[in-house]
Design a protein around this ligand. Structure first.
Ligand code: PNS
Length: 159
């Protein structure tokens, strides 16, 4: 079985993530969306909340499952028989960091990273930008599914 992981913090999941997950699911037997810790970021939603949001918004994709992991991504891949890491590349600004991670992951474990070009409509989109806009009452309805938009409104209102 060809299995891939789409890793990330997904805080929260956006239409950009969903586009990559959907397109990856067409190329693998199973795609695991794995919520991982990014030690450089603080989160707005708990891991359990993020998992629930991803489950709900990917429920139309029958070969996509959702999981979480606290540890090295390559260890997760080894434990779960995952051969490929799939990442979206938005712009050249993503490239340097993503290339470093891909090379470290390859060297440490032999797990391949495959980059997919983000759809041009999502090239500026990030969870951080969505959170910043939502915090100041900006409209993020074109960036996240309606249920995520509602969850964001409640969370920035302190609920
Ligand atoms: O959505 P993000 O925050 O850009 O995702 C980054 C993430 C979580 C995929 C990355 O930080 C990660 O892989 N964390 C797990 C720990 C790990 O394996 N670090 C080594 C990467 S070289």
């Amino acid at each position: 079985m060809k299995r891939a992981v789409c890793p990330g913090s997904f805080d929260p999941i956006t239409y950009g993530h969903l586009d990559i997950i959907k397109r990856a699911s067409a190329h693998f037997d199973q795609v695991v969306v794995a919520v991982l810790e990014n030690r450089t970021k603080s989160s707005l939603f708990s891991v359990a909340e993020r998992i629930e949001m991803i489950r709900e918004t990917t429920s139309n994709l029958s070969n996509v499952i959702v999981d979480s992991w606290s540890g090295l991504l390559v260890d997760y891949c080894k434990s779960n028989d995952i051969q490929a890491i799939v990442k979206g590349l938005r712009a050249v600004s993503d490239f340097d960091y993503e290339l470093q991670m891909a090379q470290v992951n390859l060297q440490g474990s032999g797990v391949e990273t495959m980059f997919m070009a983000t759809a041009p409509t999502h090239s500026f989109l990030s969870s951080s930008l969505v959170k910043e806009l939502a915090h100041y009452g900006g409209d993020v309805s074109t960036m996240v599914p309606p249920s995520i938009n509602e969850a964001l409104k409640l969370r920035v209102a302190g609920k």
